[in-house]
Design a protein around this ligand. Structure first.
Ligand code: ADP
Ligand code: MG
Length: 628
């Protein structure tokens, strides 16, 4: 509980106790009025003040205004009729404040839940200087510095482990509870917790560019991107409140005037004014106004616990309508960790060819190039390489030992005017040309991610009608993966621009109201990620560009999480609609009852606070989506 909430609670309890006490103290006239005004002002002074400010600024149609008018009106009526029944006005204010208190508590709680979960911001980094550990601000650590992370500490900045072995707890980043064993040479992502051994890490990024900063940025900005439902509610409130006030005015004056003028009877002013005031209390739209953003907030929080970062409520809404899922192949459905399965037609020694390939690839971050460097197994002397050019979706060219080397697919060979010898094996083929001469090819193969097949099936179960794979790889490798996973359509040998075109064609033919999601690792597919209705990126292996271009980031690269994300969004949206229908339904019912005199202010305030409490509880349900 915050200080503010504690203060409010004290006011509520004090006013309630006073109100009960006054019930047993007989009083009359002006003394009674003064006595009852004490609890009324204790609990409601801030509402009256806010209503007054609203009137002064000509922005009066809010909940405070409704409450102030209704309660002041009820007090005035009690004075006018001499009934001295002030309890109702005080109680209305009291319950309204109980509702407000509960709401602020619930919002605070879900916010704290999310920030606790996002409690991954490292406060410091350790660097070793002259044999002593020095604590510095992570912001001040330059790329390439060696930092020391002791057991129990968070890894503050992304880097490569130089020394030590340990297990890293990645739960905060990926929702994955299984700790990961790491040793020298492995990557350490910031935000992980070092569980067992001392690690020395050479940083590869600045703090601001590190995974942890990116994630925090994402989460902090998520609630600023409003969904259509949220927009609807704020527009709704803008016309709703003035409309209700007008209706209340009409209710107060039209029937009595009609009695007076048409029926020539005595007008029942008190009855109708009381009904109008009740009507105002009933009409307070709190439940709706609070529960919808709260549901989205909780949904985004729940998703991030599961390792799925959604960048805004609008994306959560679109995600729930996903009917077509388009995948990239390498790194998305497959692990992107290729093993060399053969070297054919080589005009050099096999190791030599592999070494040339690895050297030419030494600057690329493509999974293929990383795999070739690994397969080469030697420390690469980068000074032997210059003029590296990477051609998206084709391969690389570079000058190695003064000879111009090209490594890539058929397209690359064609552009160089070299005729490649086709490969009969299954897998991805890297053709090699040196000084314009064909030198043979390296056949590499990738494995499908263990959960990829399940992921496709789970998507169908979540309502996805079509699954498509787009890849820059050759037809053979593509068809093999597609058949293994049971995808509906496959398109191969695409350049990044072709992928955009294909996605645009799919977008054009999709049914209205359906959304298309593209899932990629961000290497060569950032443009498609932003072109799709919803871009989903692999966050751990994926490139930074992907995390930026995407709307949803899967922290552990598990394709099974796509279906999970969709189910979370569907559940969240269902909760939003339940709340809208429930809140508006109960409101309309009470309004009708109030207008015909079947509801008094007590029922009105109970209905309002009750609906709000239920709606908020329902909204919070969206946080518990982890086990969907
Ligand atoms: P995918 O669509 O499967 O993710 P990409 O678009 O990244 O694949 O690459 C498509 C094809 O381009 C690869 O299968 C490979 O033949 C070639 N290619 C791309 N980058 C490289 C590289 N760095 N080295 C060699 N070949 C590459
Ligand atoms: Mg790719």
């Amino acid at each position: 509980m915050t200080k503010k909430q504690k203060k409010m609670l004290v006011r509520i309890l004090a006013a309630a106790a006073l109100l009960v006490a006054l019930h047993f103290v007989p009083s009359e006239g002006a003394a009674r009025f003064v006595l009852y005004m004490i609890p009324y002002l204790i609990v409601g002074w801030d509402i009256l003040l806010k209503a007054g400010k609203g009137i002064k600024n000509r922005q009066m149609f809010d909940e405070c205004f409704l409450m102030a008018v209704a309660t002041v009106g009820a007090v005035a009526l009690a004075v006018y009729t001499g009934s001295g029944d002030y309890t109702e006005a005080v109680a209305v204010m009291l319950f309204y404040q109980v509702g407000e208190w509960f709401q602020s508590y619930a919002v605070g709680k879900s916010r704290r839940n999310i920030s606790a979960l996002m409690d991954i911001r490292p406060d410091y980094a350790h660097i070793e200087r002259d044999g002593r550990l020095e604590t510095v601000d992570p912001d001040e650590v330059a790329v390439g510095t060696v930092i020391v992370v002791q057991p129990g500490e968070k890894v503050p900045i992304d880097g490569i482990i130089l020394e030590g072995r340990s297990t890293l707890d990645t739960a905060a980043l990926t929702g994955e509870s299984l700790p990961r064993d790491v040793a020298a040479g492995d990557e350490a992502l910031s935000g992980c917790i070092n569980m067992s051994g001392l690690l020395k890490i050479r940083t590869t990024k600045e703090f601001g560019e590190s995974t942890v900063s990116k994630i925090l940025d994402l989460v902090e900005n998520a609630s600023s991107r409003k969904s259509k439902s949220e927009d609807f509610i704020s527009k709704f409130a803008r016309i709703y409140t003035p409309a209700v006030c007008l209706a209340a005015l009409a209710l107060a004056f039209v029937p009595p005037l009609a009695q007076l003028l048409i029926l020539q009877a005595a007008p029942g002013w008190e009855t109708w004014i009381y009904r109008a005031l009740t009507f105002l209390v009933i009409s307070c739209p709190c439940a709706l106004v609070i529960s919808i953003p709260l549901s989205f907030f909780a949904g985004i929080g729940g998703a991030s616990r599961a390792g799925v970062l959604v960048k805004g409520s609008n994306y959560l809404e679109t995600l729930s309508k996903t009917k077509i899922v388009v995948f990239d192949k390498t790194g998305t459905l497959t692990q992107g960790a290729f093993a060399v399965s053969g070297i054919h037609h080589s005009r050099l020694k096999d190791e030599k060819l592999l070494e040339y390939a690895a050297l030419a690839e030494s600057a690329s971050s493509h999974p293929i190039s990383k795999s070739l460097q690994r397969a080469c197994g030697k420390e690469l002397d980068r000074s032997r390489v210059r003029d590296i050019r990477e051609i998206s979706g084709q391969g690389v060219t570079a000058v190695v030992d003064g000879r111009s080397v090209a490594a890539g697919n058929d397209k690359l060979m064609a552009s160089l005017g070299v005729a490649p010898i086709p490969c009969r094996g299954a897998g991805t083929v890297i053709h090699m040309a040196i000084d314009g001469q064909y030198m043979g090819h390296i056949l590499i193969s990738d494995v499908v991610k263990p959960t990829a097949g399940q992921a496709v099936a789970a998507l169908r179960a979540a309502g996805v009608r079509k699954t498509v794979m787009l890849t820059g790889d050759g037809k053979k490798a593509a068809d093999q993966v597609a058949a293994e996973l049971g995808l509906d359509e496959t398109y191969s040998e695409l350049l990044p621009a072709d992928k955009v075109e294909k996605v645009e064609a799919l977008l054009a033919e999709k049914p209205a109201g359906a959304a298309l999601a593209f899932v990629g690792d961000g290497i060569n597919d950032a443009p498609v990620l932003s072109r799709a209705d919803i871009g989903i990126a692999m966050g751990a292996l994926g490139a930074d560009a992907a995390i930026e271009a995407a709307d949803v980031v899967l922290m552990d690269d598990d394709p099974l999480k796509i279906a999970k994300a969709i189910r979370i969004s569907q559940k969240c949206l269902a909760i939003v609609y339940q709340n809208i229908v429930f809140a508006i339904g109960v409101k309309l019912l009470c309004l009708a009852l109030g207008a015909f005199g079947y509801a008094d202010m007590w029922l009105a305030i109970f209905a309002d606070v009750g609906v709000m409490v239920l709606a908020v509880l329902n909204a919070i349900r969206a946080l518990w989506v982890k086990n969907l």
